[in-house]
Design a protein around this ligand. Structure first.
Ligand SMILES: *[C@@H]1O[C@H](CO)[C@@H](O)[C@H](O)[C@H]1NC(C)=O
Ligand SMILES: *[C@@H]1O[C@H](CO)[C@@H](O)[C@H](O)[C@H]1NC(C)=O
Length: 345
């Protein structure tokens, strides 16, 4: 062996070692990226009309809400996630944490219409939420969930809907309250104080003239059961696949108003209390931008909740020091901390 062959040999070696080191670094970077980053949860605005996942079983790691073992207590709180994103956005997760923190003695259920993967269950904001003792997640299969109910025949109409995600949610919230009783919350409703003191059956106004369905409390008693049954009947008779609010607030209003003494919105409609909008929807939807800007915003009463009007506001940046950011830091600190500056993006 002469010098030049030793030299060639060692050059080749160095080359091999270099390739090995670079390869290992790429592997480590990729591994960290894959294992440490949060799974990407797609934003609402990309998914406005996709409900193709509702009948899919592919990759689902959640327990089923139709299973006999699924039997929530009658004071539980419910969220329905009816898009096909297969997880939660940070904003949705914030609403869920806030409800769980303000109601430590109640169970909070997040019911998904889409399959949720093992990966999302283990490493996402949902995993963070599931560390709370009182937060639970389950999968709803709408065909089985609605089996035998009055709205079963209209499920096919959802495929025709102009707002299938919203309309699925309109149907499911009432079905859920009809089955178990409790409180339903929109995933963009941030509850900031306990609802425990309120009577069992109530609806909140959205304006002086209309009721809203972003937060509903219908108990498992006769009053609650009667009204949810009535709403389901009205839904099955009048389901409108083309109108945005026809199957939500309007139907709830049409079921509740006849129970009011005067036929108008009054304080108490045969056992169902009508709450002022200031307590649950302190900002009218036309003013939603105020949540996102640093501007002084004051209400005369201290509200139970803030509705963020996500359908209008999902693409809006949450400014530093805005009311939304202040609420998130205070009422969903775990989720806020998980995302930091990226919260709400
Ligand atoms: C519930 O509905 C039934 C049947 O319509 C009615 O007889 C009953 O009085 C209602 N109960 C309440 C508490 O409204
Ligand atoms: C209901 O409200 C409308 C509008 O405020 C009013 O004109 C009407 O007289 C009310 N009806 C009853 C029965 O109180």
């Amino acid at each position: 062996m002469n010098y030049s062959s030793i030299l060639r040999f060692s050059t080749f070696h160095i080359y091999l070692i270099a390739v090995f080191i670079i390869g290992a670094e790429i592997f480590i970077v990729m591994f960290n990226y894959i294992s440490l980053s949060l799974p990407t949860i797609r934003q609402w605005r990309h998914l406005v009309s996709d409900i193709s996942c509702h009948y899919s079983e592919y990759g689902d790691a959640l327990p089923s809400a139709e299973d006999v073992s699924f039997s929530p207590k009658s004071n539980s709180i419910y969220f329905h996630e009816t898009s096909c994103r297969g997880g939660l956005t940070s904003r949705q997760a914030c609403s869920i944490e806030a409800a769980a923190r303000t109601h430590p003695k109640r169970e909070v259920y997040v019911l998904f219409s889409a399959p949720v993967s093992e990966n999302v269950l283990k490493r996402s904001c949902l995993a963070k939420l599931l560390q709370f003792d009182n937060i639970k997640a389950a999968r709803v299969h709408i065909d089985m969930y609605a089996k035998g109910s009055t709205i079963e025949p209209i499920l096919l109409d959802l495929d025709e809907s102009n707002y299938p995600i919203q309309h699925t949610s309109d149907i499911l919230r009432i079905l859920t309250l009809n089955k178990w009783g409790g409180i339903y919350l929109d995933t963009d409703m941030i509850v900031v104080k306990s609802l425990d003191e309120l009577p069992p059956n109530w609806v909140a106004k959205q304006s002086d003239f209309s009721l809203a369905s972003g937060i509903l409390s219908f108990a498992k008693d006769e009053v609650g059961r009667n009204v949810t049954k009535r709403i389901l009947e009205l839904l099955s008779q009048n389901f409108d696949p083309y109108d945005w609010i026809a199957n939500g607030p309007y139907i709830v209003q049409n079921a509740v108003l006849p129970l009011c003494m005067t036929g108008n919105i009054s304080e108490n409609c045969n056992g169902i209390k009508i709450m002022p909008y200031e307590l649950f929807y302190p900002l009218h939807y036309s003013l939603w931008k105020f949540f996102f800007r640093v501007e002084t915003f004051s209400t005369t009463e201290s509200p139970y909740s803030y509705h963020m009007w996500n359908y209008l506001s999902s693409a809006e940046k949450i400014e530093k020091g805005s009311l939304y950011q202040v609420l998130a830091k205070k009422y969903c600190p775990s989720i806020y901390e998980l995302y930091g500056e990226d919260f709400g993006m």
